[in-house]
Design a protein. Structure first.
Ligand code: HAM
Length: 428
């Protein structure tokens, strides 16, 4: 019988697992540079935690089952409810709280480019602040991460505001606002006729549907947002507060990045708990699924506890990021600079090579020690396969003279130097 991994799941071999691990380390480094601290939580949770406010679509995508104790449980389809549960179970946490996590997430979706049934999702959230500064910091963190991965200029941030959209839809006489949000969320995935029909079926008048369609297709660059705000305010003065907040947030985000920030009225987000700013990042060519998505979700904590804590955050999966980094040739960055392959070519050099490998690692170098008692050419082949920039060759001559022979793997040049000189040239 032959076994393969399930559809939508991945086996990740070193050629991708290594770059992926470097990517995740860089993401964690940037999060820490903003003062965010790592947390972790279970991979299995009560299904009810997601029934509360994640929305029907997400609940229908869960890998859920009844456990041996008769409880309805699920592999987590997102992190946010677990993070909020952790936050609210510790009443005395000094606010604001800045947390990040890197859980595995499971969703029974149709596997396609950028979407799998299992992925790793970086999450960052800030709790206890409800200000444009906090909104901008979260989007700014997302941008700084993408920029530090080398993606500046390769993505755009699409921003909208749930409350603003809510007010606009109300002014247009829309009654079933959650349903219409669901339709707007699919705006870019369905054709115009299907969009208009769905709005009609949701009880939206033809005139209002036309305005919603026009709004959903309009994209306004950050610099031009003032004019749009003016014209929307002329439509309804109640929109002023939400609009002014979005504009001041966008202004602050532009301090963090030079990448494109656009006001996009079709960005409403699929999850039901968002209450304020919502945002997504897309590759600039518009070929891939969302790189990341998030928003403000002030009401969630009071649904699962007696505390009311404002919150904003985002989630970013590893799947689209990998596609984008591969497309921009940033996936396989050269990392072999400090990596050595220690070749032992005679039995009497065995303890010398063992000790040297240990000393080198203490100095911060990556060292692979060949233990195969093989020919030098076989050992050098392994050095090359493992992406080492230098091979260190040790035999009877090196043992007797206290030296090493070092070979540059890129041009094959070799030289003999004393062990002391070599070790002192390695910087920690
Ligand atoms: P989400 O938009 O459902 O938001 O997912 C966030 C990101 O996770 C997506 O933009 C994408 O990068 C990745 N992602 C989602 N589903 C898949 C999939 N099937 N395969 C690969 N990647 C995927 C949330 O989950 C919110 N809980 C984010 C959040 C945190 N909001 C506030 N704090």
């Amino acid at each position: 019988m032959k076994f393969e991994s399930l559809r939508g799941f991945r086996d990740i071999y070193p050629e991708d697992a290594e770059p992926r691990d470097r990517m995740l380390s860089e993401i964690k480094k940037v999060a820490r540079s903003f003062g965010y601290q790592i947390i972790d939580f279970p991979s299995v949770e009560p299904l009810d935690l997601y029934r509360i406010k994640s929305g029907e679509e997400l609940v229908s995508q869960t890998f859920s089952f009844t456990d041996k104790g008769g409880r309805e449980v699920t592999l987590i389809p997102e992190a946010t409810p677990s993070v909020v549960r952790m936050l609210t179970s510790k009443k005395d946490l000094p606010k604001p709280v800045r947390w990040f996590s890197l859980p595995k997430i499971w969703r029974y979706e149709e596997p396609q480019s950028g979407r799998l049934r299992e992925h790793v999702q970086f999450n960052a959230d800030i709790f206890g602040l409800d200000t444009p500064e906090a909104d901008a910091e979260i989007v700014g963190l997302a941008c700084t991460i993408l920029d530090s991965l080398g993606l500046a200029g390769n993505y755009e941030i699409r921003i909208n505001h749930r409350k603003l959209m809510d007010e606009i839809l109300r002014a247009l006489g829309v009654v079933d606002i959650p349903r219409v949000f669901g339709i707007i969320d699919r705006f870019r995935k369905i054709d115009r006729q299907e969009f208009m029909n769905s709005l009609g079926e949701a009880g939206v008048s033809q005139d209002s549907a036309r305005i919603i369609e026009k709004l959903a297709s309009s994209r306004v660059k950050a610099d031009d947002s003032a004019g749009l705000i003016q014209s929307l305010m002329e439509m309804n003065n109640d929109l002023r507060e939400s609009l002014e907040r979005v504009v001041s947030t966008i202004r602050m985000i532009s301090y963090y990045t030079s990448s494109e920030i656009v006001m996009d009225f079709s960005t409403v987000r699929g999850l039901s708990y968002y209450t304020g700013l919502v945002f997504e990042a897309f590759d600039i060519r518009g070929e891939l699924r969302a790189i990341l998505g998030g928003g403000r979700y002030n009401g969630l904590s009071s649904l699962i506890s007696d505390q009311d804590i404002p919150a904003i955050g985002f989630g970013m999966g590893d799947v689209v990021l990998e596609l984008l980094l591969k497309r921009t040739n940033l996936w396989h960055k050269d990392i072999s600079g400090n990596r050595y392959y220690v070749c032992t070519v005679s039995d009497d050099a065995a303890s010398f090579s063992l000790k040297l490998s240990i000393d080198l690692r203490k100095k911060g170098a990556d060292v692979i020690r060949d233990m195969g008692k093989r020919s030098l050419s076989a050992q050098l082949r392994s050095a090359s396969v493992n992406g080492c920039s230098y091979a260190i060759i040790l035999g009877t001559k090196e043992v007797s003279t206290g030296s090493i022979t070092i070979r540059n793997m890129s041009d094959g040049r070799q030289e003999a130097i004393s062990i002391e000189e070599f070790l002192s040239s390695i910087k920690k």
